[in-house]
Ligand binder design. Structure first.
Ligand SMILES: Cc1cc2nc3c(=O)[nH]c(=O)nc-3n(C[C@H](O)[C@H](O)[C@H](O)COP(=O)(O)OP(=O)(O)OC[C@H]3O[C@@H](n4cnc5c(N)ncnc54)[C@H](O)[C@@H]3O)c2cc1C
Length: 352
């Protein structure tokens, strides 16, 4: 099927799922190239630097709750500066009533890195040995022969010819890419139909920096809205993560609910910040001077609402096409996305 001496794989997307697939293929014959549209790897396990403070504006932490994740994260990747986030996830409801944490949520260790969760993607990328091409948006796929594919960038530049492609972005983005390409396969309509069943929640992450410590329960690292009726889904305290925030500062990340996000999706920045601050103030006491700085991220595809069936999708895909990512998990979880990448690598290798 493939050029067995030197088969080439293009992985579209350097989120944790695609990078884990590259890592799982590192000792194989496959020559792997990873194409990533943004400036760095790790996708939604994302960290940015604001005023010299590292802030996680996507995933807050990850769990290491399977032997494969233990092998990858604890044994294969360098684990210096891997941190456990102490404290509990408190709960709150639509009336702003706060209660102590849920033992299920707090049963596993909440892992992160001192320098931010994007270290996870960076470390997997480094250990995979794969070629990672950043700031490279894949916009077109063309069939060259029945088992080879040429992919191209936004500028119409060829990014090479590959025996196989692994699609890792959220399924609606994969659908857009495939729909923009001319694929002469009889089952492409079925494939598009299946990908079209995927839906994602949108989510604003609003980040607020303060020049004083915000009072929070001493054993609380974050708060989760349990009835899903509050404007805020999750309130995270970055100062609970070791080594991130100075002792006389605080950084809060408010992940707004999907409904709130939809209502303010196209609002101007000032309104978004004002309303988010007002919602957060109902949960914790804020300094009257307000935040020193604010920042935001508008996630168009934050969390999948449903899980697609990867076997069904690959069955009606052209030869050499594979899929992974949290679209096949049905919920946004770093660890589970990683496992979909390792599973995809096994299918590429023909390992059951
Ligand atoms: C706000 C938020 C909070 C979260 N909190 C948690 C949490 O606390 N714990 C947890 O476990 N999980 C959490 N998650 C979910 C977790 O981040 C994701 O499930 C996981 O990171 C998904 O990884 P992935 O590889 O499947 O997808 P992604 O990370 O989305 O990777 C796909 C990559 O493909 C790239 N891409 C897309 N299209 C193209 C293209 N055409 N060409 C090239 N590159 C392309 C994207 O830039 C991206 O880097 C959260 C997510 C969000 C958004």
């Amino acid at each position: 099927m493939y050029d067995l001496n030197n088969p080439k794989l293009a992985i579209i997307g350097a989120g944790v799922s695609g990078l884990s697939a590259a890592w799982a293929l590192k000792d194989s014959d496959w020559e792997v190239s990873v194409f990533e549209k943004s400036r760095g790897p790790s996708g939604r396990a994302a960290t940015r630097t604001i005023n010299e403070i590292r802030v996680d504006h996507g995933a807050n932490y990850f769990k290491i709750n399977s032997p494969l994740l233990e092998e990858l994260i604890l044994r294969e990747l360098p684990n210096e500066d891997l941190i456990e986030i102490p404290g509990q996830v408190y709960l709150f409801d639509k009336e702003n009533t706060i209660s102590k944490g849920d033992s299920k949520i707090d049963a596993d260790i909440k892992w992160n890195y001192r320098n931010g969760i994007s270290e996870l993607g960076k470390r997997i990328a480094a250990c995979s040995g794969a070629k990672i091409l950043k700031q490279t948006l894949v916009v077109d796929i063309e069939e060259i022969s029945s088992s080879s594919w040429e992919i191209s960038s936004g500028e119409g530049k060829s990014l090479g010819i590959y025996d196989a492609i692994l699609f890792t972005p959220p399924a609606p983005q994969v659908l857009e890419l495939i729909s923009n390409s001319q694929i002469p396969s009889s089952s492409i309509i079925d494939l598009k139909g299946l990908l079209g069943e995927s839906e994602f929640h949108r989510q604003f992450s609003i980040i607020m920096g303060f020049d004083q410590r915000i009072d929070r329960p001493i054993d609380c690292c974050a708060m989760l809205n349990e009835d899903r009726k509050h404007a805020i889904s999750w309130l995270g305290f970055e100062d609970a993560k070791s080594g991130r925030v100075g002792s006389s500062e605080s950084v809060i990340v408010a992940q707004m609910s999907p409904d709130w996000t939809m209502s303010y999706y196209d609002s101007c920045e000032d309104i978004i910040y004002k309303e988010a601050l007002s919602e957060a103030s109902r949960l914790i006491e804020m300094p009257s001077s307000g935040p020193l700085w604010q920042s935001k991220q508008r996630w168009k595809y934050a969390h999948p609402k449903v899980a697609l069936d990867v076997d069904e999708i690959e069955e009606c895909s052209p030869e050499g096409w594979f899929f992974c990512g949290d679209s096949f998990v049905g919920r946004g979880r770093v660890g589970e996305a990683i496992l979909t990448g390792i599973d995809a690598a096994n299918r590429i290798l023909g390992v059951e």
